[in-house]
Design a protein around this ligand. Structure first.
Ligand code: MSP
Length: 651
């Protein structure tokens, strides 16, 4: 990685999972770090993606009666849509079923095999189907898998092994001499603890008789690659490893953000793989903690998995992103409760930040006819305005340091402290009293300095709340509101005097604390669909035939472009369509043959129900449904008015 480059990754998520709060946290964290680094003027590459091979995908596809690739294509959209809605600006999204990835995994395997780093051996051991891994006898907990606690099976088979054990001493030494390599330090100690036991060689193959859904070993077509060996390679295959040396050198080594659940694979397997490949180590592997639901672990079996999308709908994207970043001390576990959310939202966003904007706008309106006054000469050289700006500039430096040291929460707290200090500055300067004095200088200094402090704080919070902070900056007359020039953050007197200042409406309306058993109330626009259904209109009390917004929102409507259309033999009413929805292709069988000729459909952008369970019509699989309007003898497809790329959300 060049000095000014910053390459940050998230784990690639299992494609058939539903995106939840845990996935959202790592992804928002990577997005915020990436946006901060861009703000500080660095070149950034941010990678996320999906892990698409392995037993779980194969089994889920089997249950649905579809092939695993189709299943992955259908489910990957859930992540892509979730990240779009969470304002995630990743530079690339890698899927491990893409040819660009599979080819690199095979080249690495062949190379390691040719150099004797991979060998074949007979293996007899305990295997956990759920975790797709072998466990040693002494690791078993009461005869069950030490990771997930489920029963293991005795499996005897011939397999391929990576000589990981030879790297044990080297790895211990590397970790001890590179403190920035595994962070936080308690996770480094955990890995070193693991390395106190002899390191085993790693079984990197699965016989196709047991698992067919994987990357075939290039030197033995009866086997596929172990899913972790395949998945970890995404971090290098996505940036041109073995394909584009200049590109690879520009970004590597990476900063890997992971959850503490996948520490061993990232801090032991991956470094040994890279060492054998002759590639430099990642710069940092940072393992964050877990989001707990109240005091309990969030898990599917406990039925307490929080969908980030539900929370976002209720509170808005920006406050949700802010809460995730401000509430979790990076590295440690944190507890998610709506109470905690509402408390933090009201304290930091409604009372401090939103209130500061209201005060600045209303005072400039009242005392300066809505235009920003010019500060008196020298106001930022010494005196109260200069002191305030010093604190604000320190917050900018603090945030920058926090991003480097993975203590983002502390950096955010410093920015909110600067917001509070600005509110306090207004109280001590008493502009309402200054306005009565003959000399307007002190009043203008107070108002201008408050606006300047707000400008810097809004710029610093832009990576967390891109939309709200753009609105705030627009209120101060800042141009190009979606980006912040890094120079703006360090020096005072950037705002142009005489700029009209106008509030965009309440930026963060207070949320009333919920009474037990009720939904919290907020004037936030994101909450409006619920508020609009009126008091007492919960799902239980809806009139017959009326669905709640939540029920409606479960139907995923997306735009899709028709690429192919053909008749189906023996079915006069049906056409088989191939459509493109963003990056995924789907096959849809539609009963429109009496109304449209196949050739007239090609190129049309239509609306598709994207999350409908697949069905077979006349033996042909249909993966979704087109929307059409019909009356009497006439049927017309619902199409898009104007230009919009396929895969867009319709709501
Ligand atoms: N596919 C592997 C990763 C391969 S990376 C080469 C995988 N996927 S996963 O879908 O299970 O995602 C795991 C990641 O989700 C965790 O490492 C963490 O980043 C995030 N989280 C999942 N649950 C979480 C919480 N309850 N809290 C915080 N984050 C957690 O493992």
């Amino acid at each position: 990685m060049k000095r000014d480059s910053y390459y940050v990754t998230t784990p690639i998520y299992y494609v058939n999972d539903q995106p939840h709060l845990g996935h959202a946290y790592t992804t928002v964290l990577a997005d915020v770090l990436a946006r901060c680094q861009r703000l500080f003027g660095r070149d950034v590459w941010f990678l996320t993606g999906t892990d698409e091979h392995g037993q779980k995908v194969q089994e889920a596809a089997q249950k649905l009666g579809i092939d695993p690739q189709t299943h992955a294509d259908n489910t990957v959209v859930r992540f892509q849509e979730a990240w779009q809605r969470l304002e995630i600006r990743n530079d690339d999204f890698i899927r491990t079923t893409e040819p660009r990835h599979k080819a690199i995994v095979q080249e690495i395997l062949q190379d390691l095999y040719d150099r004797g780093e991979i060998y074949r051996d007979e293996y007899d051991g305990w295997y956990c189907v759920a975790d797709e891994r072998f466990c040693t006898e002494k690791d078993l907990v009461a005869g069950n898998c030490p990771e997930c606690g489920r029963p293991v099976q005795r499996v005897r088979e011939s397999n391929y092994f990576f000589r990981m054990s030879v790297y044990q001493d080297w790895l211990v030494d590397y970790i001890q001499t590179h403190p920035e390599f595994i962070q936080p330090d308690y996770r480094r100690n955990e890995t070193l603890g693991f390395l106190r036991k002899p390191l085993q060689d790693l079984c990197i193959s699965r016989p196709k008789t047991r698992l067919a859904w994987g990357i075939e070993l290039p030197f033995d077509k009866d086997y596929v690659t172990y899913v972790w060996f395949d998945a970890l390679v995404n971090y290098v295959s996505a940036i041109g490893y073995r394909r584009n040396a200049a590109r690879f050198a520009q970004w590597w080594p990476a900063i890997h953000l992971i959850g503490k659940d996948i520490l061993t694979t990232h801090t032991v397997y991956w470094p040994c793989m890279l060492k054998a490949m002759g590639v430099e180590m990642p710069r940092t592997i940072f393992a964050h903690g877990w989001w707990l639901m109240g005091a309990a672990k969030m898990s599917k079996s406990l039925g307490n998995v929080v969908s980030p999308l539900d929370l976002m709908e209720r509170y808005g994207v920006d406050p949700f992103r802010y809460f995730l970043m401000a509430e979790m001390a990076m590295g440690q576990d944190a507890s998610f409760t709506e109470d905690a959310f509402i408390r933090r939202y009201n304290a930091d966003l409604a009372n401090d930040l939103g209130n500061l904007l209201n005060r600045v706008v209303s005072m400039v309106g009242k005392y300066c006819a809505g235009r920003l006054p010019a500060p008196p000469a020298g106001a930022f050289a010494s005196g109260p305005a200069a002191d305030l700006f010093k604190q604000v500039a320190a917050a900018a430096r603090g945030l920058q340091a926090a991003v480097e040291t993975f203590t983002l929460h502390a950096g955010i707290a410093q920015v909110i402290e600067a917001v509070r200090a600005t509110n306090k500055f207004i109280e001590t300067q008493q502009p309402w009293a200054q306005a009565r004095a003959e000399n307007p200088g002190p009043l203008h200094a107070t108002l201008y300095a408050s606006a300047e402090a707000l400008r810097v704080c809004a710029g610093l919070l832009m990576p967390l709340m891109p939309t709200k902070m753009a609105e705030l900056r627009a209120a101060l007359g800042m141009e190009n509101p979606m980006t912040v020039n890094p120079d703006e953050l360090a020096k005072p007197e950037v705002l142009k005097p005489d700029t009209p200042v106008a509030a965009p409406g309440a930026l963060f309306p207070r949320i009333e604390a919920p009474r037990p058993g009720t939904e919290p109330k907020s004037a936030s626009p994101a909450a409006e669909p619920k508020a609009a259904s009126g008091p007492g209109a919960g799902p239980g009390s809806l009139p017959d035939g009326v669905v709640s917004y939540e029920t409606f929102a479960q139907v995923q409507l997306r735009t899709a472009k028709i690429m192919t259309a053909e008749a189906i033999e023996g079915a006069v009413k049906l056409l088989k369509l191939g459509v493109l929805m963003g990056e995924t292709r789907r096959q849809i069988v539609a009963g429109i043959a009496l109304y449209y000729k196949p050739e007239d459909l090609i190129g049309k952008t239509v609306v598709v129900v994207a999350n409908l369970a697949p069905i077979k019509l006349r033996g042909v699989e249909s993966q979704g449904m087109l929307l059409a309007a019909s009356k009497g003898e006439c049927l017309r497809l619902v199409t898009i008015d104007g230009d919009l790329s396929s895969g867009a959300v319709v709501k």
